[in-house]
Design a binder for this molecule. Structure first.
Ligand code: DAH
Length: 345
């Protein structure tokens, strides 16, 4: 008897939990407590058949369960009515004193940020922005930059070929050619964008970004190159960065110079040993530059007696890594929010 009662109660409680309307609730009341067919009522009637010594305890238990079930039914009814009222009222009440959910603010990707900083410094000196295609033809990526087919200079860059005659541009220098084909000097241009090389390790990524720049006019000299690039580096790396121009070679410039800055991490010089980042030299290579080779002017039809100019190219990732003290280029491209969140919005 007690067991049967236990089971009935559990069953009723389960039905009540699932019950979603008043008529349904009423049906549950009838099924268990109804005068005629109620299951609990039937158990009450059965009391008489029990041996006299069991009757009082069973009776007590039955009454207790009955009262409990009635309470449950009432509570559920109240809940249902309250729900209906809130819904009729246009949904749950708004508590304006609760703390709000702050939407997380997005951030500018560190590469975009550094690119924008570079652009700002050059536009401040009167440079305009130009762009070229990522899929470039052999002529613009190599030929017109004085890198003929089968010339060993092509080995300087591991090229991704799209077809026999098209490549993913290996540098932004072809934008020089595209602009000069379309326009006449005076020109002061920078060309930011993605470039591609078959290279992949902690300091090389198959896609990375460069900012190219060049200036062409009457009487542009190596002095202009030095002045513009020194000013740029002082702005980008702040305070008194040391700048050094070192002879180098690029097919599209003559003479060519690589530009180094004094190591911004150890601030050491050659004699005091340097650090891991500058590999003990005290200097960091930052960009390539030079006076535009007359052969390049020939390709775009500029008179080399009338015009001269300088050009330069730099890697955005390299500058960003130095500025932010990073040692793995791949972090820029993994989009790990824990990395990206370290940069202020
Ligand atoms: N295009 C060169 C590279 O990707 C960088 C460069 C060097 C660009 C010298 C220039 C320059 O315009 O004058 O390595």
């Amino acid at each position: 008897m007690i067991e049967a009662l236990e089971k009935l109660h559990e069953e009723a409680a389960r039905r009540l939990e699932r019950c979603a309307s008043e008529p349904e609730l009423e049906q549950i009341r009838i099924d268990y407590l109804g005068r005629k067919g109620g299951k609990l009522t039937a158990l009450m009637r059965g009391l008489r058949e029990l041996p006299a010594d069991e009757r009082p305890r069973a009776g007590q238990e039955l009454n207790r369960r009955r009262a409990e079930l009635e309470d449950l039914l009432d509570a559920r009814l109240k809940g249902l009515r309250e729900n209906a009222a809130t819904l009729a009222d246009g949904g749950p009440r708004l508590d304006v004193t609760l703390p709000g959910n702050r939407p997380e603010r997005g951030r500018v990707h560190p590469l975009t940020r550094v690119t924008d900083e570079i652009i700002d410094v050059f536009t401040g000196m009167g440079f305009e922005i130009a762009r070229g295609p990522d899929v470039e033809d052999d002529y613009h990526n190599f030929e017109a930059l004085n890198i003929p087919r089968d010339h060993p200079a092509r080995d300087m860059q591991d090229t991704f070929f799209v077809s026999e005659d098209h490549v993913l541009r290996t540098h932004t220098s072809p934008v020089q050619i595209r602009v000069m084909e379309q326009r006449r000097p005076p020109l002061q241009i920078i060309a930011p964008g993605a470039v591609y090389r078959h290279d992949d390790d902690a300091t090389h990524s198959p896609v990375f970004h460069q900012v190219e720049g060049f200036m062409v006019d009457h009487g542009i000299t190596f002095g202009d190159l030095k002045g513009v690039l020194t000013h740029f580096l002082e702005q980008i790396f702040q305070d008194e960065v040391r700048v050094r121009f070192r002879p180098s070679f690029f097919p599209f410039t003559e003479p060519s110079a690589e530009v180094d800055i004094g190591c911004i991490l150890c601030r050491a010089d050659e004699d005091s040993g340097g650090c891991r980042v500058c590999r003990g030299s005290g200097w960091l290579e930052i960009l390539g530059s030079g006076m535009i080779d007359p052969n390049v002017f020939d390709f775009v039809g500029y008179d080399t007696e009338t015009f001269s100019g300088f050009a330069f190219g730099m890697g955005v990732e390299r500058i960003a890594m130095l500025k932010y003290g990073m040692d793995d280029i791949r972090m820029f491209f993994q989009n790990d929010v824990r990395f990206l969140r370290q940069f202020p919005p």
